[in-house]
Design a protein around this ligand. Sequence first.
Ligand SMILES: Cc1cc2nc3c(=O)[nH]c(=O)nc-3n(C[C@H](O)[C@H](O)[C@H](O)COP(=O)(O)OP(=O)(O)OC[C@H]3O[C@@H](n4cnc5c(N)ncnc54)[C@H](O)[C@@H]3O)c2cc1C
Length: 436
Amino acid sequence: MILPQYDNQCGWYELLNNVSCFSPLEDNAQFNTVVIGGGFVGNAAARRLAENMPDESFLLIDALKIGQGASGRNSGFVIDQPHKRDLELGSKEQKEKIIRLNRAAIDYFETQIDKYSIDCQWSKGGKYQAAVGARGEKHLNHYEQLLQQGNETYHRLSSAEMQNVFGTDYYNAAIFTPGGMLMQPAALMRGLADTMPDNVTVVEQTPIIEIKRINDGFELTAHNGVKVSCKQIILATNIFTPELGYMRNRILPVMTFASMTRPLTDAEMVVYGGQTDWGITPADHAGTTVRMTQDRRLIIRNSYRYAHDYNTPSQLLPKMHKRHWEGFVVRYPHLTEVKFEYTWGGASGLSSNFETFFGEVEDGVYASCCDQSVGAARGTISGMMLADMVAGKKSALLQDMIEVSGNPSWLPPKVFLRIGVPLRMQMARFASRSEL
Ligand SMILES: Cc1cc2nc3c(=O)[nH]c(=O)nc-3n(C[C@H](O)[C@H](O)[C@H](O)COP(=O)(O)OP(=O)(O)OC[C@H]3O[C@@H](n4cnc5c(N)ncnc54)[C@H](O)[C@@H]3O)c2cc1C
């Protein structure tokens, strides 16, 4: 069984101060529902379960410290607009539902961050989508058409505006959409875990290794032999879900990599000439994501790998560091004194037919996975809606969630994926080679 591992490399997590500790799991404890996995899905599900059923008790359990998994190591965009592929597929109604769901997740985050004063660089930073080269521009123009069709608000930047925000003239064109949020993901995940309602027990660094059906529910065994029982389970384990026996051969684990600089000094900020607190996603999806944080760190994210082993192989990081550095230098040749402090990888789940799974996998076992790497918003609202499903609560949002989700199609055996997926990724990388 492959379990999550932490590599001590993720900049977001490593920069946290005063990470809290929760008590160990008590043997033979009983819960109404156990939520396995403390990422976006699990955190949102546990809080909503507690709110839905204040007289019941719940367990939120993670194999790692909360914030060390994919939900704490992403690029920190909480998007309202779907990425271009989702905008391209599906009917107008389908897109409107996805946007409504994403915006409900943003509202949820805002409420919690405000209520508990969670310090996580949360901002209404929106999202820039930027193009490099003719191919990038073609993708961006198409994206603009899709935004127009959906009557969505956006702004196309002039060259001077791009230079003024990004501090570089590397991009040919860019579009700003105002609805998305930016955040420090590991700080957000810790803040949410630390403020769980009293009827949620949070346990960390305790992988579940076995799920057994018993008369009136389930018995779960942790790696240290401790057992707990519950009536229902929410699997918020994304790519690790097949390791627990569910969604086998349906989730394609894909890893991507990021590097983060040290903070720019006052003098370097002048040389840089751009603003703080923005994020670019690439118009051509195989391109590069760039962020400038509130604390003046630049982040470069690109490159994909088929993550058959789920965790980050440390030997790949020097190669990724080099690749990110090339992407950094081409954008910021005037800032080569500013070195990367961290380079890390993280994996999330795709499906071969772009479908996201949401719902009951088996009697009493609920799951949300394959969020196509936009889990901050989509995973969060999925977790909330799973909790409503468990509580028997009906709503228009739950109905929307069911309607925009589907069945990830079967994947070929791993041995074929290990050949086919890297080949496809190399082809995509070659096609978008004009962007470093
Ligand atoms: C570098 C990078 C950049 C990204 N950028 C963005 C972005 O900007 N915006 C966005 O929306 N998405 C982004 N994503 C994708 C996003 O991070 C994922 O979609 C999201 O984290 C999935 O959330 P989740 O809760 O489903 O799963 P996860 O965050 O993977 O959580 C699953 C949890 O389950 C735990 N677990 C697994 N097995 C067990 C077990 N047996 N017992 C107990 N616990 C277990 C794991 O430790 C983990 O914490 C990015 C991903 C990466 C890697």
